[in-house]
Design a protein around this ligand. Structure first.
Ligand SMILES: *Cc1c(COP(=O)(O)O)cnc(C)c1O
Length: 496
């Protein structure tokens, strides 16, 4: 039976999985959600014996029902290959009473690779299935991590081009170097003289520009988005929760049907929503522990039922979670509203106009699966240092936020027994300075690459390929433009 996708703001708009992936966002601005969550009707013994790729196939085929087996296997095998530096793809590390699920073994050493390595294949397959003749042009504004992961995913993928705009003075030196050294004839990286919001607004305006769309179509192009609200990014993220559960069972850590907790460092609410979908497929998950940094808009939401983005934006050492509008939360709101699109649309309108909304008591009852809390900057550093001192294991700042919240969860609820998986979303090598200074202040005088080597020594881990590459890689992109020039830069790159 075909699983359809509906917009969270209008039940009447229903499309297939491949159409939802192609469109990214529904016409009414809503997000696509599956009209039901398929059951994970596979015996745990069978799952326990599966590779990551096989697990991915079992999950994807239940959600992306208009893809053939051959198409899905091609997408999976093209994505989860030697680009990952471990055959397990997502290994589990047992440290200090928790299981760290390392989601950073892909080419840009952050968890975005888990979905962005397969999205290009899902998207180009979707284009073929829907008789799209144009070449797909991915347009992205980035504050650092997403841009590089999207570039790496789409580089040299036939039938696609990718253009990334980043704030010229608004990303870290390592992030900038990662992007401007990107190889691939179909890649294009542009620094703008402006901030991230201006880059994002510029990109949104191009998406909405119907004259530009017509010119593009004439030249044989159409825009698409690799944004985290694309269902083609959400579904591949369900896979690693299923895989981690099966691995815990295979290793004798948990018994049949034993429930686990999952703790996730959260920004846009995509990663934890995938865990929620896994639970709704039937995976035995007890609590979904939602961890925020000092931008604790989600913690306040779980505590009060009011979502309020009207507050100071804090720059933290976990920048990928510095977000005040968690876009994917809309999918949860829609669900706890009883899959009521008009109720959800009203709340989102209020978010748009007032910057806040309040859910009903009845809707709050739907949040029981979640526990929310936050870790401040000082606590984050302490978590990194104490885990390192106890075990020798080094985690990054984002993962430390989740670890800190897990400690608060245990202390606050008394639930110290349930086995807990902590999503480890970035390699410590990606945030070397914050990590090393947390371990010992003496590191503060070192240069970035000295810190990389020091981390490799003290953590007893090889420097990842992604970092080695940028030590020597030549700069291949040096275009810088004003915000107003973004459309003309795009046209020039596409030779229009
Ligand atoms: C994107 C990101 C997050 C947040 O994930 P969401 O799906 O946006 O909640 C956490 N950690 C790292 C390292 C990230 O890159």
């Amino acid at each position: 039976m075909e699983l359809m996708y509906a917009s969270t703001r209008d039940e009447k708009e229903k499309v297939t999985a491949s159409q939802a992936i192609l469109k990214g966002l529904a016409n009414d601005g809503g997000l696509f959600v599956p009209t039901e969550i398929p059951a994970l009707d596979i015996d745990i013994e069978t799952l326990a014996g599966m590779s990551y790729q096989e697990t991915a196939y079992e999950v994807l085929k239940r959600f992306l029902t208009d893809y053939t087996e051959e198409e899905l296997r091609h997408c999976i095998n093209s994505a989860y290959d030697g680009k990952f530096d471990t055959e397990e793809i997502a290994p589990l590390v047992d440290a200090d009473g928790a299981y760290y699920l390392e989601l950073f073994h892909g080419s840009t050493i952050a968890f975005k690779d888990m979905a962005l390595s397969i999205l290009p294949y899902l998207l180009t397959t979707a284009a073929k299935k829907n008789q799209v003749k144009n070449e797909i042009v991915i347009l992205t504004a980035t504050s650092g991590d997403t841009g590089k992961a999207a570039l790496a995913g789409f580089a040299d993928v036939p039938g696609t081009k990718i253009i990334v705009f980043y704030p010229k003075n608004g990303v870290s030196p390592i992030q900038e170097k990662q992007m401007i050294t990107q190889r691939g004839d179909n890649t294009f990286v542009v620094g703008i003289n402006g901030n991230f919001d201006q880059a994002q607004t510029g990109v949104k305006q191009m998406f909405a520009d119907s004259r530009l769309a017509a010119q593009m179509d004439e030249a044989g192009y159409q825009f698409s988005s690799a944004n985290s609200i694309n269902i083609g990014r959400l579904v591949p993220q369900i896979v690693y929760y299923v895989y981690a559960y099966a691995k815990l069972y295979a290793n004798g850590v948990i018994a049949r049907d034993e429930a686990i907790n999952v703790a996730v460092p959260t920004g846009n609410f995509g990663n934890i929503l995938a865990a929620f979908y896994a639970k709704n497929m039937g995976l035995p998950i007890a609590k979904l522990i939602c961890a925020s940094n000092e931008n604790k808009v989600l913690y306040d939401f779980f505590a009060t039922g009011t979502y309020d983005k009207n507050r100071e934006f804090v720059l933290t050492s976990s920048p990928s979670m510095d977000i005040l509008i968690s876009s994917n939360l809309e999918r949860l709101i829609y669900r706890i509203a009883g899959n009521d699109a008009s109720k959800n649309a009203d709340l989102m309108k209020s978010l748009n106009t007032q910057g806040c909304y309040e859910i009903t008591e009845q809707m709050r009852a739907g949040l029981q699966d979640f526990y929310g809390n936050y870790t401040d900057e000082k606590e984050t550093a302490e978590v990194i240092r104490s885990l390192y001192e106890k075990t020798g294991y080094v985690i990054d700042t984002h993962t430390a936020v989740a670890s800190g919240v897990y400690h608060k969860y245990k202390a606050g609820t008394g639930d110290t027994e349930t086995k807990t998986v902590i999503a480890s979303t970035a390699s410590p090598f990606k945030f070397t300075r914050s990590v090393m200074e947390a371990i010992d202040e003496k590191y503060s005088s070192m240069t970035d690459f000295e810190l990389v080597d020091a981390l490799s020594r003290i953590g007893n881990v090889k420097v990842p390929q992604a970092i080695e590459e940028i030590r020597t890689a030549p700069v291949l992109h040096d275009t810088v433009c004003e915000v107003g020039e973004m459309p003309s830069v795009v046209k020039k790159f596409l030779k229009m």
